[in-house]
Design a protein around this ligand. Structure first.
Ligand SMILES: [Ca+2]
Ligand SMILES: [Ca+2]
Ligand SMILES: [Ca+2]
Ligand SMILES: [Ca+2]
Length: 415
């Protein structure tokens, strides 16, 4: 593991490996009086802080000793990101759960780690668990009673109550609230050449959803946010999403197709000429201006090599000319854990551990080409590491079934 911390007046890079027989190196270099660039750590973490009942997360986080929340908080404290996107963090409109998570966990030292504070917080409602009023999973009934999987199957995004599996952005830098854009209500059918699924038992094409359903079916399974963050006068757009996993469906592959198009939304959004069809929740059209800086973050539920996603889904972003995917975050823990499975993908790049299904690369922090990557990594210690207990062996969830992914970016005044 490598941790990079900033101190007043000095940049201290501390290579600290807790494995046996390892070396420790400390490099101290002075910072010029008027720094022309800032080093910032961006991170994405699917925290698994979702619960089966509305309000349960608030109850859990009202304590100081929920062991899962402690492990999640310690991971965040150990990595110490500056801008952090949490996924699978249940939504409440007052932001009570995230307030409690900050006060009772992040701002409390976990196992001697330094507490972390995030003065800027963004969250919004998501499509998970919002009843559509239609039979979207085509099981023959419209389920509008929250609390079970058949309800989730008919919701705009899968969730057993409104707001399950939501997202939260935490930042040490100001969020430019008046310029936030969200795409919660953008309709799937309004994407040109959308990969609308087909009911294979009827001759008509692309008819899994009826015309009445397509008039309400939303593309984003949670939400797609463009949250601008002001880094010492430089605006960086955080493009946050959590596309649906490409599984839990039938031969029509409605979730695989949706995952592909949810990723395409960002590929089009960052290509100004291709984004004219997009409208946000305020009715404004179009995508990012040419030359803007951005970081696409999230559990994107798409592995470049393995799993049930549609071919080319994540390549829409990894191979996009405006995305800087030159540095692939890796970890020794993932390399150790994934060694020996039958996957094609290199195990050291995996970010999620799904037991018998193996490990997958699903979580991403993808900057724009006009941002320079200095370091990148995944919080996945090896078994010999003193911090291994925070992730465990993958057979039971200690903190999360996903790992925190981070990227250090150099932000210049002039790109
Ligand atoms: Ca239907
Ligand atoms: Ca149904
Ligand atoms: Ca059909
Ligand atoms: Ca793998």
């Amino acid at each position: 593991m490598q941790y990079l911390k900033r101190f007043r007046g000095l940049h201290v890079t501390l290579w600290l490996s807790l494995g046996i027989g390892s070396a420790i190196a400390i490099v101290i270099r002075p910072v010029v009086a008027q720094p022309a660039e800032t080093l910032i750590r961006f991170a994405s973490f699917n925290t698994f802080l979702n619960r089966e009942a509305e309000g349960q997360l608030i109850t859990d986080l009202s304590t100081l000793d929920n062991s899962q929340a402690q492990a999640v908080a310690e991971i965040i404290q150990r990595v110490n990101p500056d801008v952090l996107l949490l996924k699978e963090f249940d939504f409440d409109a007052e932001g009570r759960a995230v307030w409690l998570f900050q006060r009772n966990y992040l701002e409390v030292s976990q196992n001697g780690a330094t507490p972390v504070e995030y003065p800027y917080v963004y969250l919004s409602s998501v499509n998970t668990g919002i009843a559509s009023g239609f039979d979207l999973d085509n099981d023959g009934t419209v389920d509008s009673t929250p609390g079970d999987r058949t309800y989730g199957g008919d919701a705009f995004g899968f969730g057993v109550f409104p707001g399950q599996y939501a997202m939260v952005l935490l930042s040490r830098y100001p969020i430019v609230e008046e310029e936030i854009r969200t795409f919660q209500t953008f309709l799937w059918r309004d994407m040109p050449d959308a990969l609308l699924p087909d009911d294979l038992e009827t001759p008509e094409p692309n008819d899994w959803y009826s015309p009445d359903e397509l008039a309400v079916v939303r593309l984003s399974s949670k939400n797609h946010w463009d949250v601008p963050v002001d880094v010492d006068g430089v605006t960086i757009h955080i493009l946050a999403s959590h596309p649906t996993p490409p599984v839990f469906d039938g031969p029509e592959d409605r979730n695989g197709r949706r995952n592909f198009d949810e990723l395409r939304l960002w590929a089009d959004y960052i290509t100004s000429s291709g984004a004219g069809y997009l409208y946000d929740d305020a009715g404004e059209r179009g995508g990012l201006e040419v030359g803007e800086r951005f970081v696409i973050m999230g559990d994107l539920n798409a592995d470049p090599f393995d799993g049930d996603g549609m071919p080319g889904a994540i390549a829409q972003l990894l191979e996009h000319p405006l995305v800087n995917a030159s540095v692939v975050p890796a970890s020794e823990g993932a390399a150790e854990d994934g060694d020996g499975d039958d996957h094609e993908g290199p195990p050291q790049f995996d970010t999620a551990a799904f037991g018998d299904f193996g490990n997958f690369r699903l979580d991403y922090v993808l900057p724009s080409v006009n941002l320079e990557v200095v370091e990148a990594g995944i919080f996945w210690p090896t078994q010999a590491d003193l911090l291994f207990g925070l992730v465990g062996d993958g057979n039971a969830v200690v903190s999360s079934d996903h790992r925190l992914v981070w990227v250090d970016l150099k932000v210049r005044d002039e790109p």
